[in-house]
Design a protein around this ligand. Structure first.
Ligand code: CO
Ligand code: CO
Ligand code: CO
Length: 307
C-alpha cells in the first residue's frame, strides 16, 4: 500500500481486508550525553513513524553499533534499558535485535505495527479547509546545538530531553474518531521541510501562522545568536523555492521553522469541523503542547505562505 514510490514515514503492506502491516526502521548516533536518555529518545523516535501512519506498534527489534574496544559495556546496558522503558510504555514486545562492533555508537529500532487498511494515514490527501495541528514545540535542533556549546542550563536540558523522549502515542490515540486526512512526524527536515513533502502533489496551498507555532522557550534567543545547526541551512536551501515568508516573519523564526527536529511531534491535517475537538483533546486531556499552526487553502498553487 505504501512503498518507495511515495516516500512516507513507513512502509505499509495489506495482509487481509482488515489488517495491514506497518514496517519502519530508525537509528542514529547519540544526541544527548546521558546513555539512558539517549536510549529513550532513539526508541521514541523509531516508534513514532508507526503512529504517524495511523497505526499501533506491536513488536520491535534493537539495532546496535557499539565501539567495544573503547567504551564501557555499562553504557550500552543503559542505552538498552532506556529503549526498553519506551518500548514498554508503548505496549510493544521487544522480540530480538542485532548488534555489531562499530567505531561510532549507534542505536535504534526496527518496529512493526498494525493498521486497518482503510485507516492508513500518509503525507498525501490534504483537503481544502483542513486545519494543521502540531503536537510538540519546535527547537530541539537549535537547543541541542546550544547544549553542545555549553550555553544551555539544566532546566532547559531537562525540558528538551523530556520533549524528545515523549512518545507520539498520546497524540496518535486522540486522532481516533476525528476526520484526519493526512499525518506525518516532524524530524530531520524540520517543520517546513515536512510540510513541503505534504504539499507536493496535493493540488493545494498552505497558510502557516508563525505566531501560533509552539516553540521551546530559549530557542528564539539562541537562533538570534546564530546558534543554528547546519541541517537547518541545508533544509532551507533544499526547500526554499516552495516557501514564501511574509515580511513580518523574523529571520530567527524562519530558521526555527527549518530547524531539524529529533523525535518531533505529529503534524496532523484534520477536517476543519473536527479541528477544535481534536485540539482540545490533545491539550486538555493529554496535556500536550499542541497548537493549530495553519490551514490548507483552496488555492491550486502548491505553495506554502508563512504569515
Ligand atoms: Co517520520
Ligand atoms: Co523515520
Ligand atoms: Co503518515
Amino acid at each position: 500500500m505504501v512503498g518507495l514510490q511515495k516516500a512516507d514515514d513507513a512502509g505499509v503492506y495489506k495482509v487481509t481486508d482488515d489488517v495491514a502491516l506497518i514496517q519502519t526502521v530508525d537509528f542514529f548516533t547519540p544526541i544527548v550525553d546521558d546513555p539512558y536518555w539517549f536510549g529513550q529518545i532513539a526508541a521514541a523516535n523509531a516508534l513514532s513513524d508507526v503512529y504517524a501512519m495511523g497505526g499501533v506498534p506491536k513488536t520491535a527489534m534493537n539495532l546496535v553499533g557499539f565501539p567495544l574496544q573503547e567504551m564501557d559495556f555499562g553504557i550500552l546496558r543503559s542505552i538498552l534499558e532506556g529503549g526498553i522503558e519506551k518500548i514498554r510504555e508503548a505496549n510493544v514486545a521487544l522480540v530480538g535485535g542485532h548488534s555489531i562492533e562499530d567505531k561510532e555508537l549507534k542505536y535504534g529500532l526496527s518496529v512493526t505495527g498494525f493498521v486497518h487498511p482503510k485507516k492508513v494515514l500518509t503525507k498525501q490527501n490534504l483537503q481544502a479547509g483542513d486545519q494543521l495541528i502540531l503536537t510538540k514545540p519546535l527547537g530541539t535542533g537549535i537547543i541541542n546545538t546550544a547544549i553542545k556549546a555549553n550555553l544551555a542550563d539544566e532546566k532547559l536540558i531537562k525540558e528538551v530531553t523530556d520533549q524528545m523522549a515523549q512518545l507520539n502515542r498520546y497524540a496518535a490515540d486522540m486522532m481516533e474518531g476525528y476526520q484526519v486526512h493526512a499525518c506525518t512526524d516532524i524530524t530531520g527536515f524540520g517543520l517546513l521541510g515536512h510540510l513541503v513533502e505534504m504539499v507536493i502533489g496535493s493540488g493545494h496551498g498552505l497558510h502557516i501562522f508563525s505566531e501560533q507555532i509552539p516553540i521551546i522557550p530559549g530557542t528564539e534567543e539562541f537562533a538570534k545568536m546564530g546558534i543554528i545547526p547546519a541541517g537547518a541551512y541545508r533544509n532551507r536551501d533544499f526547500r526554499k523555492g516552495w516557501v514564501n515568508f511574509e515580511n513580518s516573519v523574523e529571520l530567527c523564526i524562519q530558521d526555527i521553522l527549518f530547524d531539524p527536529q529529533t523525535s518531533g511531534g505529529l503534524l496532523i491535517s484534520v477536517d476543519k469541523a473536527d479541528a477544535p475537538g481534536l485540539l482540545s483533546d490533545l491539550v486538555d486531556k493529554k496535556r500536550l503542547e499542541a497548537a493549530l499552526i495553519g490551514e490548507v487553502t483552496a488555492e491550486t498553487v502548491e505553495k506554502i505562505t508563512v504569515i
